[in-house]
Design a protein around this ligand. Structure first.
Ligand code: IPM
Ligand code: MG
Length: 354
């Protein structure tokens, strides 16, 4: 089995190094091959997604990614921006199903900005569609047009969903709900947007095949509010690419730190790319401050979903719980009375717990 390793930019290489130490310690017989993506790929090759990287990602059995992006690339044309590397892999490999769990570890109840009783025991799964929606809809652009204000620049993107695209992600969500608490909330904006009226119609059709799952619908603005008001009402949430991007960041913060949350992006055959939900944190890059746990937990998701190595996945997750119980904290989850450690020392602690 071959893993394509894409450390990326910012804190990416530091957190990836710790995840690889953990995987190697499990001695699973994997082969690891590294490639460039994002801003670092642009610097070396002039493109954020070199052909060699895409080829390796296509050939590998799974992909582990750190993070991409940084302010030094903010002025580049859109197709050369680091984010294009990530979006390009998602699209080219058909990784349409993005699973973003938001779990509150009991030890971190005080790290949340919400009151402990609102978030204690929180365990929700956001299923985000990842290869459609306004992210990829055509036409898109910025051009001169006549407007009521005169001739001026107009920027536009298009929200597009086909029913097949909706159906396949909604099935993934129903199946995930069946394995959990059997409740699914579909999030849309059908009171305004036709594309999401279709979304709701298709969800209702697919629901007939899952009578054991309790289905609800919520408008996205209300969902954003409910996530803060009473997040524990949710089990699995399913939504499109744009709303899922926003709601998953919001949900992650309920748990205290986005630095704790892994994610999986899967194709129809459970091949996947695994990455932390957070970004490249350029402000702390290279300082041994970043929290590697989201990347380590992403490696656990890889073992579970692509390789069906449930036991190995749980070993990693138990090791992470143990280091939290032992009081080890990186800066993002630190509170007085706990032990502040850096990226590498957190990796050491996870290895020791393993
Ligand atoms: C995410 C990120 C990406 C997205 C960016 C980096 C393109 O925010 O994975 O949530 O918008 O999908
Ligand atoms: Mg995002």
């Amino acid at each position: 089995m071959k893993i394509c390793v894409l450390p990326g930019d910012g804190i990416g290489p530091e957190i990836m190094a710790q995840a690889l130490r953990v995987l190697r310690a499990l001695d699973l017989g994997f082969e690891y091959e590294e490639a460039l993506v994002g801003g670092s790929a642009f610097e070396a090759t002039g493109t954020p997604l070199p052909d060699a990287t895409l080829k390796l990602a296509q050939e590998a059995d799974a992909i582990l990614l750190g993070a991409v992006g940084g302010p030094q690339w903010d002025t580049l044309p859109r197709d050369q921006r680091p984010e294009r590397g990530l979006l390009g892999i998602r699209k080219a490999l058909g990784l349409f199903a993005n699973l973003r769990p938001a779990i509150l570890y009991p030890e971190l109840a005080n790290a949340s900005t919400l009151k402990a009783e609102i978030v204690a025991g929180l365990d929700i799964l956001i299923v985000r569609e990842l290869t459609g929606d306004i992210y990829f809809g055509q036409p898109r652009g910025i051009e001169m047009r006549d407007t009521p204000f005169g001739k001026e620049r107009v920027g536009y993107n298009t929200m597009v969903y086909s029913e097949s695209e909706i159906r396949r992600i909604v099935k993934v969500a129903f199946e995930a709900a069946q394995k959990r608490n059997k409740r699914l909330c579909s999030v849309d904006k059908m009171n305004v947007l036709e594309a999401t009226q279709l979304w709701r119609d298709v969800v209702i059709e697919v629901a007939r095949d899952y009578p054991d799952v309790e289905l609800s619908h919520m408008l996205v603005d209300n969902a954003a509010m409910q996530l803060v008001r009473n997040p524990k009402q949710f089990d699995v949430m399913v939504t499109g690419n744009m709303f899922g991007d926003i709601l998953s960041d919001e949900a992650s913060m309920l748990t205290g730190s986005i630095g704790m949350l892994p994610s999986a992006s899967l194709d129809a055959n459970n091949k996947g790319m695994y990455e932390p939900s957070h970004g490249s944190a350029p402000d702390i890059a290279g300082q041994d401050k970043a929290n590697p746990l989201a990347t380590i937990l992403s490696a656990a998701m890889m073992l579970r979903y692509t390789f069906a190595r449930e036991e190995a996945a749980q070993r990693i997750e138990s090791a992470v719980k143990k280091v939290l119980a032992q009081g080890y904290r990186t800066g993002d989850i630190f509170e007085p009375g706990t032990k502040l450690v850096g990226t590498r020392a957190m990796g050491d602690a996870v290895l020791a717990a393993l």
